[in-house]
Write a protein that binds this ligand. Sequence first.
Ligand code: SF4
Length: 427
Amino acid sequence: MTNTASVDEQIQAIASGAGTGETCSPSLAKGPWEFDREAPSYGPGASLGDVIPVGSPRQGALPEEYKTASNEELHARIRTAKETLGNRVVILGHFYQRDEIVQHADYLGDSFQLANAAKAHPEAEAIVFCGVHFMAETADILSGENQSVILPNLAAGCSMADMADIDSVEQCWAELSAIYGTEPDADGRVPIIPVTYMNSAADLKAFCGRNGGIVCTSSNAEVVLRWAFERGQRVLFFPDQHLGRNTAKAMGISVDDMPLWHGRKPLGGNTESDLLDAKVVLWNGFCSVHKRFTVDQIDKARVDFPGVRVIVHPECPMPVVDAADEYGSTDYIRRAIENATEPSTFAIGTEINMVQRLATQFPEHHIFCLDPVICPCSTMYRIHPGYLAWVLERLVAGEVVNQISVDASVATEAKVALERMLAAKPA
Ligand code: SF4
């Protein structure tokens, strides 16, 4: 039987001892303001291997009234503020947000669908992006000049996006350019094209814009790689090694031709000959949420539920993607379930809030997360109704707080790479 409690309700129950099950951190049950003002961190539930960069945005103090209000009071205040603001505000919610936020969103989607939703509302003075920092940056780049993009909690970053910074990527680019040179081949293809995943900072998108490169999402990565190989002999793919490897492998590229680049090691820890043979140079980044999925979990699901359909996200490691029946973006996963004509059992390898929501929305199917431990994306989880109520009520009072504003020169170059992605179509 499907558990219809939200992820937060389940975590609260486990932390209080009233519920069964396991969470990766009972501290998730506390309000994120308990952690936001300490040294910058990804918060409870984050992988201990993730090191937050110096200078990461920090959230200032949240007024006490929002910390002590009950969920019911916060929901009522959010609804009232939203009604007062009318079409002056649009609220965007990522698939990985908690239900307590999603219920107030005008749009629910992946990062690119939401950036497009922002673009589609030029009448809104403010776009409240309930997601993480790089998403709000992209919305700011694609939205109108007079619109403000607001991230309710500035501490909501992304550990994967933080794994590639502009200095390390510039250094890598200089080393690769020294090996490959700059001359095109007989077909006019340049030695290397940079491709950044949407999950990256705006300055990395700008880097791609000024170096003949492009942005990709998990739903168009193959189309984008084909675009890149029409123009270049090789690709530098960052920051997610798994999306790069899984996509290139599906296109027939040997994993032997995909060396891993470790930032800060000479030649990224590779030999010159490895790099000369490379088709895709993969940055050593990963998503801590999708790294939790394992082949053992898939094997267990197949034993427990013969006939189970296993679908995982391409941010999962390659052995997990290989062991699954299918893989695809969050939107692919949602559509696969929506289009299933017979009641089925689905084991899903992506963030728990989305899986739990799908399970509630499609009670005719048995849908469960491959990872039995409740461990949401720790940074997505920093967006709490208390923060949403605060930013909306400040807007009602005429004040824009937590605005995400990308420097104009960075935005111009990043937009070039984003527009190349929009123009890239399947062959
Ligand atoms: S799920 Fe992974 S890639 Fe997505 S925001 Fe969280 S840490 Fe970043």
